[in-house]
Write a protein that binds this ligand. Sequence first.
Ligand code: CTP
Length: 408
Amino acid sequence: MILKTTSSLAGKRLLLIIGGGIAAYKCLDLIRRVRERGMTVRCILTRGGAEFITPLSVSALSGEKVYSDLFSLTDEVEMGHIRLSREADLVLVAPATADMMAKMAAGIADNLATTALLATDKPVMIAPSMNSHMWNHAATQRNFNQLVQDGIRTIAPASGDLACGEVGPGRLAEVGDMVAALENFFDVTGPLVGKHILVTAGPTREAIDPVRYIANHSSGKQGYAIARALRNLGARVSLISGPTALEAPDGIERIHIDSARDMLSACKKALPADVAICVAAVADWRMKNVPDQKIKKQDGSLPALQLTENPDILEFLARKTDRRPDLVIGFAAETENIQDNARAKLARKGCDWIVANDVSTRDGGQSVMGGDHNRVSLITESAIEDWEQAPKDEVARRLARKIATHFT
Ligand code: CTP
């Protein structure tokens, strides 16, 4: 197979959900064409889809196992539907039938395809296809508009002869148009295209017992803003995030973790990376032993919590791995002697840059932790830049531009 690696589809993963329409046959050509461009394709063939094309031809063309039944236990063991829905960069439903669109708009999850669509945290695109009366029906149009409002991307149906003998809108877009829509979706340009950047964000949670934990006030806002700013410059971002209330940013792979040790293993898994930015407020300590049962109160005597130190993720990425990213950046939360303390941290942890965070700054009475503004100094081995107080999004954009300049 000739790989056209210049296509924006190269290296991307598609989850293709093939709906039950006569146009399902076009998906076979679609699979072939996107694979030629370096994309990997996994398919869910709905029961309706399997009336029109066979699982064998789909798996032969995609080179992957085809998934079709939610309740196949073997599939669930090998590849749960949640994982299936998330191990993709984009989910495409083609042909998206009136029935499928109605289920998606209503949030119904009654088979593997609709369940994966509800469970996915990735962008979803639909290519509708149906008879023109069905397409123009108020219910279908209402569902379609709802899906657009829900952030679902669309590949408009074409007008022309329909399989049912009628003429009008409702024909599945041509394969070339679907390939172009996919290429446009992935065609991000920017100075960080081709770079993989790992960002840690948010707090970590360290269990005290099955119901209690140690944590901190980090909201994750600064780390998420940095992840978005890097994505906007074209980078592929892996965001390794502790528990936060923030939405997963579009186009970014978010990996949820709880504890510092989970964060470290997620970072190891995400390597290799060109840049690592540790924004997370990692808990310094965890319980030496976490009891299986809840710690009970005992007549006035206080429990002695024996702590042990957590691994230092920044230091691991900067010093302890043979897959060290080219640029390793740490944050330093300080309340006094900010630059001196941050410089000492830079040397101790072996990173290249430190963004020193003045956490004593008040943001209209709010702390930097959880607030929307930040005042930082960027410290490298040879220079110190003081940046004025700015919204976290602006600090993020400035840092992302600095990183882009580093690679030019
Ligand atoms: N960090 C980390 N893993 C840890 C502790 C900290 O990756 N176990 C990272 C943070 O993400 C940040 C940097 O190290 O990028 C500095 O974190 P900070 O809390 O300021 O420093 P500490 O190392 O915890 O030192 P101290 O609390 O004594 O200031």
